[in-house]
Design a protein around this ligand. Structure first.
Ligand code: DOR
Ligand code: ZN
Length: 346
């Protein structure tokens, strides 16, 4: 008997699509299986104004295959110069869905991010007033803090004070990687959500570092100890509406990954849904995949779930490309180190 699973079409609440040739290569990979995605604004230069977001949205729409129903949900990159009125207008016009906070220097293309959080206070207050969510890259950049502790320290030193100082601000803790992240999110009430990536449900830090360094498993926040991965798996499969899928699929060419100072990011758009089905089945939670991938995210963002559905069918291990070709060079698809039995029917 064939096993099938039909769920509302999922959304990706944290996605990097880049621009130009890379955008044209990776956009179809997400659009094949997903209805919508929150599009990260960390281009060079970043997407900082409503006009930037409108122009980028048009480039994304132009990169989609004919007939694609995929909707990019745009974000602005928060800087110390962000104009609260421009932001409010873009939100009111439906041009942007959220604003992204990168601490300056935390990750790829984050140089324009925030150093002095007091300087963005008026913007955060405006966002609380108009109900525009803040998506947070939750790592401190202090070089004295061990990279494996940067998320937990950020929660204590930055995130919690911001939330206390700005009542009503709706916050998404992006790509949580620790049990401290899970715990803080679980206690935050309806104004706090947390995304979890596909790859952090699969890898721990040994996969990056033991038996030879594996640049394709290097991303930020970096994967932590096994006990943290297990906490993330429990959170994602719990059905708790706090947690939803944000793949953080972040394409870099192999030439840029395989360097003495290689780029951070795992490219999971191509096989994410099959990996998630495998993970949820391993956890005995296939019936909760829909909550995590298709229902909890729209609920947090106050949007309806997608009308359409996708069907996954279980069978012999599926084939998927090990790399995708882009105009900038090949990009390696995330290797989950296990056979994937769930095929997404398109
Ligand atoms: O691994 C990552 N890659 N983490 C980020 O926060 C940024 C992303 C990218 O843009 O490559
Ligand atoms: Zn990201």
């Amino acid at each position: 008997m064939t096993e099938t699973l039909t769920i509302k079409t999922p959304d990706d609440w944290h996605l990097h699509l880049r621009d130009g040739a890379m955008l044209r290569a990776v956009a179809p990979e997400t659009a094949r299986h997903f209805g919508r995605a929150i599009i990260m604004p960390n281009l060079v230069p970043p997407v900082v104004t409503g006009a930037d977001a409108a122009a980028y949205r048009d480039r994304i729409l132009a990169a989609l295959p004919d007939g694609s129903g995929f909707t990019p949900l745009m974000t602005l990159y928060l800087t110390e110069d962000t104009d609260p009125e421009d932001l409010a207008r873009a939100h009111n016009d439906g041009l942007i869905t959220a604003v992204k906070l990168y601490p300056a220097g935390a990750t790829t293309n984050s140089a324009s991010g925030v150093t002095d959080f007091d300087k963005v206070r008026p913007v955060l207050e405006k966002m609380a007033e108009i109900g525009c969510p803040l998506c947070v890259h939750g790592e401190v950049v202090d070089s004295e803090i061990d990279i494996f502790d940067r998320e937990a320290v950020f929660i204590e030193r930055v995130l919690d004070p911001i939330r206390r100082a700005t009542p009503g601000l709706r916050v998404v803790m992006e790509h949580i990687t620790t049990m401290q992240g899970v715990e803080y999110a679980s206690e935050g009430g309806p104004d706090l959500g947390a995304t979890i990536t596909t790859h952090h449900l699969v890898i721990n830090r040994n996969h990056i570092l033991a038996g030879g360094i594996k640049p394709h498993y290097y991303c930020l926040p970096v994967a932590k100890r096994e006990e943290h991965r297990l906490a993330l798996r429990r959170a994602a499969t719990s059905g708790d509406p706090t947690y939803f899928l944000g793949t953080d699929s972040a394409p870099h060419t192999d030439a840029n990954k395989l360097l003495p100072c290689g780029c951070a990011g795992c490219f999971t758009a191509t096989n994410t849904l099959s990996i998630l089905a495998e993970v949820f089945e391993q956890e005995g939670a296939l019936d909760r995949l829909e909550s995590f991938a298709s229902l909890n995210g729209p609920k947090f963002y106050r949007l309806p779930p997608n009308d359409s559905v996708v069907t996954l069918t279980k069978g012999a291990p599926i084939d998927y490309p090990k790399q995708i070709e882009t105009g900038d060079g090949p990009v390696t698809v995330f290797d989950p180190m296990m056979p994937l039995h769930w095929r997404v029917e398109t």
